[in-house]
Design a protein around this ligand. Structure first.
Ligand code: G1P
Length: 296
C-alpha cells in the first residue's frame, strides 16, 4: 500500500470570527504564546512523517508563505547582535520540510479547497489537517495525524479523526454514526455535515484530521454544494464510505479548537502551562484572575 507522504492544509478562510485581528493578519498566523497557530499544525505533519505540505491559499495571505521561508536579513541581524539562538530558531522554521502552495481562487467550501490540491498530490493517499484544530499529544505518543497515518497503514481505508462531544454540540461538527472497534478505532456507518439540532444520532464529531485515498478526487469532482451552499468534504467522505468503507480514529490526545475565541484562549493557556519557564507564572496569574473575577 502506498505510504502517506503528502499533506494538504487549507488556509484560505477569512477568519471572520477573529475580526478585527484578522483584517490584515491571516488567522493562521495568530500566535499561541509566541508561535503562529499554523506552525504547530505544520510541525505536527512533519513530525508524523509527512514529507511535503501543500497549503491551499487564498488572496491576501502571502505572509503565510513568508513565515515558512528563509528570512536572511532578520537572521543576519540577529547573528550580528549575538542572538544566535533566535537566528537558529528562525532557520529551523525554513528547514521544517518541503512546503508548496496552491491558490483556491474562489471559496466554495472545504471539499473544494481540498480538491484544489489534486494536481499536486496526484495519485497517492494524502493527509488533510485543518488549521483551527490543534492536537496536544503526550511526548511518547504519535502526533494527531500520525495516529491516523498508522490506522491507514493497518487497513488501507480512509480515516477521519473523531472526538466524543456532548450530543447537544454535535450540530457544530461533521457527525459520524457507527460502532467502536476497540478504544481508538470506529467503523463509520454514516457521516452527516452539521446535522440540525434535534436530529443528532451520535456523539462522535469529526475534528480536523483526515487520511484519504486518491479515489476521493473523482468523488469531490462530482460533489454538489451541500450545507451552507458549500462543497463539503464530509459529503464526499460519506460517498467514499459507501463505496469502500471509512474508519474513525479517536485520537489519543487533547484537541483544542483554536478557531473559537475561548478555544484560542485555552490553547494559549495550555501551551503556557506546558512550558517550564512559563508554568508557575501562568498558574499564579490564573489564580489571581479567578479570585478577582469572583470578587467582581
Ligand atoms: C469543518 C468540517 C466539519 C468538522 C469541523 C471541525 O467545519 O466541515 O465536518 O467537524 O471542521 O474540524 P468548520 O468548523 O470549518 O465549519
Amino acid at each position: 500500500m502506498a505510504r502517506v507522504r503528502q499533506a494538504v492544509i487549507p488556509v484560505a478562510g477569512l477568519g471572520t470570527r477573529f475580526l478585527p485581528a484578522t483584517k490584515v493578519v491571516p488567522k493562521e498566523l495568530l500566535p499561541i504564546v509566541d508561535k503562529p497557530t499554523l506552525q504547530y499544525v505544520v510541525e505536527e505533519a512533519f513530525a508524523s512523517g509527512i514529507e511535503h505540505v501543500v497549503l491551499i491559499q487564498g488572496r491576501g495571505k502571502s505572509a503565510i508563505e513568508d513565515h515558512f521561508d528563509t528570512s536572511y536579513e532578520l537572521e543576519d541581524t540577529l547573528d550580528k547582535r549575538g542572538k544566535s539562538a533566535e537566528a537558529e530558531m528562525l532557520r529551523k522554521i525554513s528547514r521544517l520540510g518541503q512546503i508548496s502552495s496552491v491558490r483556491q481562487k474562489v471559496a466554495l467550501g472545504l471539499g473544494h479547497a481540498v480538491l484544489s490540491a489534486k494536481a499536486v498530490i496526484r495519485d497517492e493517499p494524502f493527509a488533510v489537517l485543518l488549521g483551527d484544530d490543534l492536537y496536544r499529544t503526550a511526548p511518547d505518543k504519535r502526533p494527531g495525524i500520525g495516529q491516523l497515518m498508522d490506522a491507514f497503514a493497518e487497513t488501507g481505508l480512509g480515516q477521519v479523526a473523531l472526538m466524543t462531544v456532548p450530543k447537544d454540540e454535535i450540530h457544530k461538527y461533521g457527525a459520524a454514526e457507527g460502532a467502536s472497534e476497540g478504544p481508538h478505532r470506529f467503523r463509520i456507518s454514516a457521516l452527516v455535515e452539521k446535522p440540525p439540532k434535534g436530529t443528532e444520532k451520535t456523539d462522535k464529531a469529526v475534528v480536523g484530521r483526515y487520511v484519504l485515498p486518491p479515489d476521493i478526487w473523482a468523488i469531490l469532482e462530482a460533489t454538489k454544494p451541500g450545507k451552507g451552499g458549500e462543497i463539503q468534504l464530509t459529503d464526499a467522505l460519506d460517498v467514499l464510505r459507501e463505496r469502500q468503507g471509512l474508519m474513525g480514529v479517536i485520537v489519543d490526545g487533547r484537541r483544542v479548537d483554536a478557531g473559537d475565541k475561548l478555544g484560542f484562549l485555552e490553547a494559549n493557556l495550555l501551551e503556557a502551562l506546558g512550558r517550564p519557564e512559563l508554568k508557575d507564572g501562568t498558574v499564579a496569574l490564573m489564580r489571581q484572575l479567578i479570585a478577582e473575577a469572583e470578587r467582581a
